[in-house]
Design a protein around this ligand. Structure first.
Ligand code: ZN
Ligand code: ZN
Length: 420
């Protein structure tokens, strides 16, 4: 047990961590272009936050949360997703009192007790944005555009936005009635789960993976065909913005959201043509959430989240390689004890000048030092021995061309800066 990480967790070792850094840096870079700033919230929150914010009826809250009592008898949960904490922090820190909208992004580990499989860990990582304080469809368009630019710049091609509207409390009330009537007529063929959902959350029946249910509801009424005028106008405006930005999208009437506070826009971004298509991101509007969590009434919000593990798999499937940017510019080979000591002065000088440099730490032979220099892909190898030191010189070897010449130690940094 001692040398085995808990099931569903994965070490990210130096062999892979550069990929994570790359994804995170790219996400930060793109968020900055759109005026989104980072929100960092605790790894754990009061359990109640997720019961209210993610929803008592969801699988996440019912089955998958890492919940425990702390030593002070508080009900605590490791965050299963990023939005609830960000919205709680928005309210607690009174960010609504600042100029709106508030545009935030986050990069965070999340925790769900699920059966581990490829791209799905019990500790996983989410990137996401939340834009709070505007109900304008331009915010929806911006969120989609940001996500698309992120994926595009990672090298993913054939991206598609699947778009739907889940209406608002006004039109959903009417629609739910219509939907229940329809589902009542099908109750004999629907699975138990669907008959249960029918009462609490009829839209979720559309989500059922049971083939018998799927077949039974082919003529089910969809929310997007039953929108009120305000929701229709909101959706039409969003479509105009997407067209203006030439972002390809398709309407997918089957995208549903389980909870009441979700409103209007719901979207997914799908990477196609990489074997099985992969949903890389999901998002939408949650105009009721801020109020639900005790914030000011009528505060709108929209966001999306993506799973980093899943994204890395998708990039791999698409044949996109992330380059390891870590390379050492200089390796110093030393011959003799005096040179070994002197090399520390030289190392410091190089590093002070932001030239990455290293030397042997295992008393290797000269031959083995050269071999190591090769292995770490050093661009130049500097050789110092007693003779060189007498003349305050070093030998500089270009590892790519094998060209080698003598340099004055006092000129070394200057020459390297020119050649690197
Ligand atoms: Zn509506
Ligand atoms: Zn079903």
């Amino acid at each position: 047990m001692l040398t085995k990480a808990p099931r569903g967790t994965k070490d990210i070792t130096p062999k892979d961590s550069y990929k994570w850094n790359y994804l995170e840096n790219k996400f930060r870079e793109i968020c900055a272009l759109y005026g989104y700033q980072e929100m960092r919230t605790p790894i754990f929150e009061h359990t109640e936050l997720f019961q209210r914010g993610v929803g008592d009826t969801t699988d996440i809250v019912q089955k998958e949360m890492y919940s425990f009592k702390d030593k002070g008898d508080r009900e605590i949960t490791l965050k299963p997703e990023g939005t609830a904490g960000a919205v709680r922090a928005f309210i607690e820190n009174k960010l609504y009192a600042d100029t709106q909208p508030t545009k935030m992004f986050y990069i965070t580990p999340c925790f769900r007790y699920e059966r581990p499989q490829a791209g799905r860990q019990r500790q996983f990582h989410q990137f996401g944005i939340e834009a709070i304080g505007s109900d304008s469809p331009s915010m929806d368009a911006e969120a989609i555009s940001l996500a698309m630019q992120f994926f595009r710049e990672l090298g993913l091609k054939d991206l598609k936005v699947s778009l739907n509207s889940v209406g608002c409390p006004v039109c959903r009330k009417e629609y739910d009635k219509k939907l229940r009537e329809y589902l009542d007529s099908k109750s004999e063929v629907l699975c138990d789960m669907c008959n249960e959902r029918k009462e609490k959350n009829p839209m979720r029946v559309i989500d059922c993976k049971n083939p018998q249910c799927k077949e039974a509801i082919t003529d089910i009424p969809y929310m997007i065909d039953n929108l009120c005028d305000d929701c229709k106008a909101h959706f039409a405006e969003l479509e105009e913005y997407l067209k203006e930005m030439e972002i390809p999208y398709e309407i997918d009437k089957t995208i549903v959201r389980g909870l009441d506070y979700y409103k209007r826009t719901a979207f997914e971004i799908i990477a196609e043509n990489i074997g099985a298509q992969s949903t890389v991101c999901g998002g939408g509007r949650y105009d009721g959430l801020v109020e639900q969590l005790g914030g000011p009434k009528g505060t709108s919000g929209i966001g999306f989240a993506l799973g980093a593990e899943r994204l890395l798999l998708t990039l791999e499937d698409a044949g996109i390689e992330i380059e390891n940017p870590q390379s050492t510019d200089i390796f110093i080979v030393t011959i003799g004890d005096e040179a070994k000591k002197k090399s520390f002065g030289l190392l410091k000088e190089l590093r002070d000048n932001h030239i990455s440099a290293d030397k042997d730490h295992l008393s290797r032979s000269v031959k083995a030092q050269f071999k190591y220099s090769d292995k770490i892909n050093a661009k130049f190898t500097i050789v110092i021995g007693d003779d060189e030191l007498k003349n305050n010189e070093a030998s500089l070897k270009n590892m790519a061309t094998s060209e080698q010449h003598t340099v004055k130690l006092s000129e070394l940094v200057k020459e390297l800066k020119e050649r690197l």
